[in-house]
Design a protein around this ligand. Structure first.
Ligand code: MN
Length: 289
């Protein structure tokens, strides 16, 4: 049975800046798309394609903390560099993903890669925040760089395109990312007329973003940058591309626990937030220049 579409959302009217390197449309959370409704996902920022132009300083967002969840950055255009207080660093290029587990606490900074920043050019990316269950919130920080070549890659029939499996299970094929709860994250590239069908458990919260192009999803026409929330019934998500398109499909088993958030800290209780803030203030998350 196909999943019914609960609602289609257009791109938010105005972007916001994160530092000076990320010009993002925030799709959730908001009053309607609450963190409970899209759990385990906490936040989605979409830097729709934007040309930043050449810069003589490196654009980005300087050192800041996170605790209690994971940040996942998907690069579609341009290159992003990351450094964190555990000593991990890396650069992701188009098609690559960086999956950072903040867990018990970390400092990091996120920048345009140096030569890309100097040269400028089209930049397109998504950042997701994925919650951790209470039992794993204090897990040791971890960094998973996942290159396009390392992803599960399914070629669709009739030259329809490719499904890159970042995490989870696409019709029996696994993605490389290690997750703490069941999460599916698929980067889907479709040629004009290309078709794909994914089976997603009915219990999962499921959403989809049209990153580029125009597609038909379970019979509904979608425009570029539309975002879909599916009902939690049925399993099939079927996509047909009206033109060359890129779609991000996300689903996950909801984490049914209280959420307490203060900025970059996401815990279960207010008291745990106070602890996180004290730890950050006292330098427990390490050092990063
Ligand atoms: Mn961050």
């Amino acid at each position: 049975m196909q999943k019914q579409i609960e609602k289609i959302y257009s791109r938010p009217a105005r972007p916001g800046m994160v530092g000076d390197g990320f010009r993002v449309f925030n799709y959730f959370p908001n009053a309607e798309l609450t963190q409970k409704r899209v759990s385990p996902f906490l936040m989605m920022d979409f830097n729709a394609e934007y040309d930043f132009g050449p810069s003589d300083h490196i654009r980005g967002v300087d050192v800041h903390p996170h605790k209690g969840f994971e940040t996942v950055t998907i690069a579609y255009k341009g290159s992003v560099a990351h450094h964190d207080s555990t000593g991990n660093s890396g650069v992701i290029n188009p098609g690559d993903v960086q999956w950072m587990t903040a867990g018990g606490g970390i400092l990091h900074k996120e920048y345009h890669e140096e030569s890309f920043s100097k040269k400028g050019g089209p930049f397109e990316m998504v950042q997701l925040w994925v919650n951790l269950p209470a039992k794993d919130k204090l897990t040791a920080p971890k960094y998973q760089p996942i290159t396009a070549a390392e992803m599960g890659k399914i070629m669709l029939p009739d030259n329809g395109g490719t499904v890159n499996i970042i995490a989870g299970d696409f019709n029996g094929n696994k993605g490389p990312a290690t997750t703490f709860t069941a999460v599916n994250m698929f980067d889907i590239k479709l040629n004009k007329g290309g078709k794909m069908s994914a089976n997603i458990p009915a219990t999962h919260n499921s959403v989809l973003l049209v990153v580029e192009g125009k597609v038909v999803v379970n019979g509904q026409n979608l425009d570029e940058h539309d975002f879909v929330l599916f009902k939690n019934e049925g399993e099939e998500i079927a996509i047909t591309a009206d033109e060359t398109s890129v779609v991000l499909l996300l689903s996950g088993e909801p984490i049914n626990e209280p959420i307490a958030q203060y900025g970059p800290f996401v815990m279960n209780t207010h008291q745990e937030l106070q602890v996180a803030f004290q730890e950050f203030q006292s330098g427990k998350f390490g050092v990063l220049d």
